[in-house]
Design a protein around this ligand. Structure first.
Ligand code: SAH
Ligand code: SF4
Ligand code: F3S
Length: 454
């Protein structure tokens, strides 16, 4: 499960041997999907830099392009296929360029077959547990022009690795992502993630804390701990203990986490947040549906009442925190009145932000085989209805900030984020990565506007 030191040394050796050949060549990694995938993208770029490539954002000057894909919904996959299709022209113009694909879509068997048949100009494809092998994959691609696929066929319980000690090329010099665990064992009936990311595995807390320390020492100000369900963290500490340790280094910084599953977001976690001012005031707690029958069909393992209890405890114990959530509308067999249960829950909790998704069938999942699909127009109607209600709630939530002063981390260009992860625009040109105080003067649905307070 842990990639061995010998394997890491071997890959380092291959990377070093490529440096002369690849000096001056440029690499582009385009990532789709969630924060975990962004974190993976930073590791893939780290490996490419170790091979001698220089990062670029421009497709037209890239000597190697790797598409780090997402499979969460049909729309995400269609976007990726569109981009891959458009690469064909680029490759015809510059046949020496290498094109690779990785990430969650690359892990799906039907996509592997499609790539082989319909996209032969893609040089290589690798799965979500192959990141440590990037130098070897690049070397092979330079030596042979035949499409090669590196994907495990191990069953869920054996699929997935932990890799320590490989380089990371971070997107930002003040915001960072730290994975604490990988994979998922929850098998929510609609979701592809367990199939494409493998079983749950946790990094040793010493490795997480070592990375945290070097980030804090290196001037990082906003550090996000990542896992599909961080509360399932099973290292030598519990997740609340780990979070507490992550929030205890000297200096001003925020630490946040994504995502919590309501079935095991504990009271202890909320307590740690309340005790540690360095833990950002933001709790993302996806509920997916407000109806018990649908929650059961989704295999979420909690009911509406239990969710509401947890959400209300967060609101009570962390009155200055934002609470956000994910919800799916138009799950198979969802009736109008079951949808209205979702609407009611949204009104009862009052989320600062709600990510509403239209149910999208994923190949191989349990829900894909359910009868009683909701017609697309009806799904869109429910989506719109809920979005309109949420927009009004978000406005009310943000109005309450007017007159208050918030600590804000500047992103440059007169805008930044508060601890609650609210977008805050202000009137001063403050360098990115600087903490400031902003007095909020007005509020929009998804943005606060204020003035720098000296
Ligand atoms: N691990 C996280 C979710 C990761 S996926 C969690 O359990 O909360 C992010 C969101 O995408 C999910 O919360 C869900 O709302 C949505 N999603 C996942 N699969 C989906 C599907 N098949 N159709 C529509 N939305 C989906
Ligand atoms: Fe998907 Fe559920 Fe796992 Fe989240 S907890 S990644 S929704 S299976
Ligand atoms: Fe997408 Fe994979 Fe993340 S499916 S949402 S990139 S875990």
């Amino acid at each position: 499960m842990n990639i061995s030191n010998e394997q890491i040394f071997l890959q380092q050796h291959i990377a070093a041997s490529l440096c002369d050949t690849l000096a001056g060549k440029k690499a582009l990694v385009r990532t789709f999907g969630c924060q975990q995938n962004e974190a993976d993208g930073e590791r893939i770029m780290g490996a490419l830099v170790a091979c001698g490539y220089t990062p670029t954002d421009e497709l037209t000057e890239a000597d190697i392009v790797i598409l780090n894909t997402c499979a969460i919904r049909e729309h995400a996959e269609q976007r990726v296929l569109g981009v891959i299709g458009s690469m064909k022209k680029e490759k015809e113009k510059r046949p020496s360029m290498l094109i690779g694909m990785c990430g969650c879509m690359a892990q799906e068997q039907h996509r592997q077959e499609l790539l082989q048949k319909s996209y032969p100009f893609v040089d290589f494809l690798f799965g979500t547990d192959m990141h440590h092998r990037v130098p070897e994959i690049v070397q092979n691609a330079l030596n042979s022009r035949k499409q090669k696929q590196y994907v495990t066929d191990a069953p869920h319980g054996e699929f997935g690795v932990i890799t320590e000690g490989t380089p990371v090329f971070r997107d930002s010099d003040y915001k960072a992502r730290v994975s604490v665990m990988y994979g998922c064992n929850n098998f929510c009936s609609y979701c592809i993630v367990p199939y494409v990311r493998g079983h749950e595995r946790s990094r040793a807390s010493a490795d997480v804390l070592g990375e945290m320390r070097s980030l804090v020492d290196g001037g990082y100000k906003d550090i996000m701990l990542l896992g599909q369900n961080v509360n399932s963290y099973r290292g030598d500490k519990t997740f609340p203990e780990l979070l507490s340790a992550c929030a205890s280094f000297d200096g001003e910084y925020w630490v946040r986490f994504m995502t919590s599953h309501p079935k095991d977001a504990s009271a202890e976690l909320v307590q740690v947040m309340a005790q540690h001012p360095r833990v950002a005031r933001h709790f993302h707690l996806p509920f997916q549906s407000g109806n018990d029958r649908i929650l059961h069909a989704m295999n979420r393992k909690y009911n509406r009442e239990q969710y509401l209890e947890k959400a209300m405890r967060i609101k009570e114990m962390l009155p200055d925190a934002a609470i956000t959530s994910d919800v799916i509308v138009g799950f198979p067999t969802e009736t109008e009145s079951e949808f209205l249960d979702t609407v009611e829950l949204v009104k009862t909790v009052g989320f600062d932000m709600l990510y509403t998704f239209i149910y999208s069938p994923r190949k191989g999942t349990v829900a894909e085989k359910m009868v009683g699909r909701i017609p697309h127009e009806e799904q869109v109607r429910r989506f719109q209805y809920l979005s309109d209600i949420q927009d009004a709630i978000a406005q009310t939530k943000n109005d309450a900030y007017v007159g208050k002063t918030l600590r804000v981390l500047s992103d440059g260009n007169f805008v930044g984020r508060s601890s609650q992860n609210k977008i805050v625009a202000f009137d001063a040109d403050v360098p990115a990565g600087t903490f400031i105080n902003v007095e909020i003067k007005s509020a929009k649905q998804y943005k606060l506007v204020g003035e720098l307070k000296k």
